[in-house]
Design a protein around this ligand. Structure first.
Ligand SMILES: *Cc1c(COP(=O)(O)O)cnc(C)c1O
Length: 375
């Protein structure tokens, strides 16, 4: 059996897949037939430093030769170093805890909110995505993926995204936290107005609940700042981080404000913050730190080049509405060597490696424009 037949026979069919990627370098990937693609999906905003960045590969290999795992029963030097970097980048003045994924980071954030407030209810927003585990699924809106698993043991309301009136009505004295995406990613890059985050902050303060900003997709430089909330002038109590943090080695994290932290025994993980993930994370951080000042201008190139689609752009998070043409555009681009992704509701999402060059952006924009005129 070839690997596609093996997959069909032995792997649970959770995903719709159409191609096999066997190699990556920089912003390019290759399929098993040797076709080369400019990758504007980047493992869904994960391969922030591009594919197999030599500094990341080196860091992983060096660490693998020294020590792959020892458990959190012992100090892990790279873990403390990465915690310092993330804490300072988030500038929330508090501590960091690592997990293995975005969902797990959100679980940690929700546990922390429950323990701090003694409350059990959450408020998220319509079309927000926070993960697939029981807790993170409870605060994920999409009924098709959540409702089959109810009851989930957590009461969550989903007022309209980007509006404060609905949020005000949803939050009350039983709300542990409002958990939200500063830009909705899975739905197709929905950017709220500038007054949205300050409004959430005020409503949380009035209700005495926490503000959890899910930076799993928007964080680690994606929007041109370390974290998307930093485009506003307010600070959340907790941020969750994952996708771009370690260039593809599974890792999640939370960073919280000063004094908001788990005590001994309240949380834990066997694998989280292990030596390999932290080596990859530390290398990734160093690369992003250098290119962070270039990201806003790269976003502007997308914005100009895709102007006729009225795109939604913040840094290298780019979306536009293509309606029922979205899948055809994705297919045309693939046939012409560009990978893009259809997110929710006919929205095209472009989240390339942060190391993408201006020339690569210009080429991508040209093909995407051609795709629409050819349809
Ligand atoms: C991808 C994503 C998650 C879930 O991350 P996993 O690593 O798949 O668990 C959570 N929140 C947001 C905003 C995401 O984009």
């Amino acid at each position: 059996m070839n690997s596609i037949e093996l997959d069909a026979k032995y792997y649970m069919p959770c995903f719709g897949r159409s191609m096999k990627i066997v190699k990556g370098e920089g912003c390019n990937v290759w399929d098993d037939k040797g076709n080369k693609y400019l990758d504007l999906v980047a493992g869904i905003a994960v391969c922030s430093t591009g594919h197999c960045h030599p500094e990341v590969v080196d860091a992983i290999c060096r660490q693998a030769h020294e020590l792959i795992h020892c458990s959190n029963l012992y100090y892990i030097p790279g873990q403390a170093e990465l915690a310092e970097k993330i804490s300072k980048a988030a500038a929330l003045d508090g501590k960091v805890f690592f997990g293995n994924s975005g969902a797990e980071a959100n679980e940690a954030a929700m546990k922390l909110a429950k323990i701090r407030t003694g409350r059990n209810n959450f408020v998220s927003f319509a079309h927000d995505f926070h993960g697939r585990t029981i807790g993170s699924l409870a605060v994920t809106h999409k009924p098709a993926i959540r409702e089959p698993f109810e009851p989930l043991g957590i009461n969550c309301k989903f007022p309209e995204y980007g509006e404060l009136e609905g949020l005000k009505n949803a939050v009350n004295k039983d709300t542990a936290a409002v958990i939200f995406e500063p830009i909705q990613g899975e739905t197709g890059v929905i950017i709220p107005n500038d007054d949205f985050l300050p409004g959430i902050r005020d409503i949380c303060d009035d209700a005495g609940c926490l503000m959890i900003c899910d930076e799993v997709q928007t964080g680690m430089g994606r929007t041109g700042k370390w974290f998307a909330f930093q485009h506003s002038n307010v600070k959340p109590d907790i941020i969750s981080i994952a996708k771009g943090i370690a260039s593809g080695i599974p890792m999640g994290a939370i960073a919280a404000v000063d004094g908001l932290e788990f005590t001994k025994g309240q949380h834990g993980s066997t694998f989280a913050g292990g030596p390999i993930a932290c080596a990859a994370g530390n290398a990734t951080y160093g690369i992003i730190e250098k290119i962070l000042p270039t990201i806003a201008a790269k976003g502007e190139l997308f914005k100009k080049g895709l102007a006729k689609f009225n795109p939604r752009v913040r840094g290298l998070m780019v979306g536009f509405t293509a309606g029922d043409k979205a899948t055809d555009i994705q297919e045309y681009c693939k046939e012409h060597g560009i990978l893009i992704n259809v997110a929710g509701d006919g929205n095209i999402r472009i989240v390339p490696p942060l190391v993408i060059s201006n020339a690569e952006i210009e080429y991508a924009v040209k093909v995407i424009n051609e795709s629409v005129s050819s349809l």
